[in-house]
Design a binder for this molecule. Sequence first.
Ligand SMILES: [Zn+2]
Length: 278
Amino acid sequence: MVAALLRCIHLYGEPLAPTLDLTQIADYGRRLFPSLNFDVGDSIFGLLRSCAGDDVLIRWAESFAIAKVRNPMRRGGDFQPLPGEIAYERRRLANPQSRASGILYDGYKLMALLRELIPTAEADLGHLHIVFTNQLFGTWDEGDGRYHARVSLYGFPTIISTTGIVEAPAKPREYYFLKQQYALLGIDDAAALNFGGRFQGRFLEYDDERLTEVMKGYLMQSVFYQLTGDPFCQDKNCRLYNAHWQEEVLRAQLGGQYEFCPFHQQQLLDWRSGGGPI
Ligand SMILES: [Zn+2]
């Protein structure tokens, strides 16, 4: 059990995710953890932009370029990024409206970089930092020897990707089958891939109205990770379920029989009544 008391949860927003409402997420957290403070902030990169000179931004741009996964089939070692890659990252860091499109970052390298932006006074177990980002990140899987995109990576700070929630959990098998069939016919534009609304609501899309509700569960996984070391649950109806399919995400976060399984519900009640690390 973690000895230090958790006091404050810091949520860093993603301005490019218009359906992500951190105020609602913080209100949800306050209801479940009335004794905790919630600090809702802007993008973590705002801290960098507001205080860094151009030379610092270039150093950061280089670090982000190094954190990029160049080949998902190869475990990334350090490499010298190309000038164009650094210039791309420099533009992205300087402009809050810039989207990181099509790039997969190494999740642990990204976490290490963001850690440097956390104020020293808030760098202890009394604080939980959760960074929402539209950057897509992945982790290396020893089992099949490749990177896999992830929704979340728990640590210091925890990072949660609003792109990852769309791209990482798999869509229904039938979707990929039909997509392949359409591709054989030379059809691959997004409108055609709606398949006449056949999959309507069965997976999350960009700027999905359900994003905030879904992310409440990822907030809870972050808190359980910090307090117990285990963010996940085996119960598919529990918000802590480690979903690998879109339909599992939607069931755990929106359509389960309950929000939390009896075990985790009890744990929450115990914490609220003064037992444990809060
Ligand atoms: Zn559970």
